[in-house]
Design a protein around this ligand. Structure first.
Ligand code: HOZ
Length: 427
């Protein structure tokens, strides 16, 4: 596999971009390799600057559920761009995307578009504080909600793999209002809520954790969170940046049948363009400026090109519900491949999967939270990762991220991947 051009670009990048990348996990640090620089993508494949082609299971960390450069989405983007790329003024497309989101997710009665998941979470937290008049929030260890100050506490994703869960530059005064509990630990969270219930504005979680690897919620845990938050007047926020329109068209809340007060979206709703959104109960959302006193604004919020990509992506998903069954079937086949390889080579490995979202952890113990996720053998993961990359399979370069299956993955792609898994476990 050639990598001269990517190496050269990485060297150039390191001179002028911190770490050579615009988002930490892309630097491949935790697997001790150099990242291929991607030139183009189509369907299930991405091609790097050296001409190497890979079957892609990062899928831009989730948005590309239909595969890369899907024709209808590209057409919608090109048409929108030709009509003007940004106005900083209201457009019909914003209304259309908002309607699609509200129709799909019943708990979302009103929605505000922003430009990233981080921005959406940050705004939803401010709204929860403005609405309740309380300062504290509760999050879960290993859940990642973007990189705003108050949420980089026991966070997952890149913050986890670099081994620096709490970022430098976050004033302790910010972090002091963020309480944390263990994911899936119903008793633990109940004790915290009993103690601090009257001070808590919100409980926020990924309803399927996707940033410590995939960790599904226990049903009783989700139900307890809903009951406890209602009892104490705390807002329940689902961060569905990854799970929204992924685990089902109505997200994880539709999948598990739990209705949060606020929901945060990103990734799929932008169809591969930079979009985030937060929405929920009308009485809460009505507090957002200019309807209410909670301020939030953005020049590129509701950008028409991004809206066009999101609208087309959601329309395709809405009109073709079998997409979800198809991609789940393919993810299940990969799950089997991991488990077969684990047995065959006596390599401890457990797989967590919800729909088309999965993670294989190199551990023999069930992974139910941050503590059990971090028992994984990350050196073994790095060896497996390198084996997959050499065989033309591009997966997340970290034990603590998810594997995303898209509608563009063909049966042949899946079989080729299953064979690569088998070989990567034999190394
Ligand atoms: N935080 C993202 C994964 N959970 C990574 C985003 C990126 O590097 O593009």
């Amino acid at each position: 596999m050639k990598n001269n051009n990517s190496l050269e670009l990485f060297e150039r990048a390191k001179q002028i971009i911190p770490g050579g990348v615009n988002s930490p996990v892309r630097a491949f640090k935790s697997v001790g390799l150099n990242p291929p620089f991607i030139k183009s993508a189509k369907g299930s494949r991405i091609t790097d600057e050296d001409g190497n082609e890979y079957i892609d299971y990062v899928c831009s960390w989730g948005p590309m559920i239909l595969g890369h450069a899907r024709e209808e989405v590209v057409d919608a983007v090109v048409k929108a761009a030709a009509e003007g790329t940004s106005f900083g003024a209201p457009t019909e497309k914003e209304v259309r995307l908002a309607e699609l989101v509200c129709e799909a997710v019943p708990s979302v009665e009103m929605v505000r578009m922003v430009s990233s998941g981080t921005e959406a979470v940050m705004s939803a937290i401010r709204l929860a504080r403005g609405f309740t008049g309380r300062d504290k929030i509760l999050k879960f260890e290993g859940c990642y909600h973007g990189h705003s100050d108050g949420l980089l506490v026991k966070a997952g994703s890149g913050a986890l793999t670099t081994g620096v869960p709490d970022s430098a530059g976050v004033p302790p005064d910010y972090a002091k209002n963020t309480l944390t509990a263990a994911y899936n630990d119903t008793d633990g969270v109940e004790n915290i809520i009993k103690k601090y219930g009257d001070e808590l504005a919100a409980v926020i979680l990924e309803p399927v954790a996707g940033n410590m690897g995939v960790v599904p919620p226990r049903m009783e845990f989700l139900k307890a969170l809903r009951d406890l938050t209602l009892r104490y007047g705390i807002l329940l926020i689902f961060d569905e940046v990854i799970t929204g329109f992924r685990v089902s068209y109505s997200g994880a809340q539709g999948y598990y049948g739990i209705r949060p007060d606020l929901t945060v979206f990103g990734k799929i709703i932008g169809g591969g363009m930079p979009v985030g959104a937060y929405g929920g109960r009308k009485d809460i959302m009505s507090k957002v400026s200019p309807a209410g006193p909670v301020y939030q604004a953005g020049t590129l919020s509701g950008n028409p090109v991004a809206m066009a990509a999101g609208i087309k992506t959601l329309e395709i998903l809405r009109d073709n519900p079998s997409i979800y069954t198809e991609i789940e079937k393919k993810a299940k086949r990969l799950e089997e491949a991991f488990l077969n390889a684990s047995r065959k080579y006596s390599t401890p490995c457990v797989v967590n999967r919800v729909g088309s979202l999965l993670s294989a952890f190199f551990t023999g113990e069930r992974v139910v939270d941050f503590k059990t996720a971090t028992k994984s053998d990350t050196n073994r993961f790095a060896r497996y990762f390198a084996g997959m990359l050499e065989r033309g399979i591009y997966t997340a370069p970290s034990q603590y991220e998810a594997m995303f299956v898209s509608y563009a993955h063909s049966d042949e792609d899946i079989e080729k991947t299953a064979q690569a898994i088998h070989e990567a476990f034999s190394i």
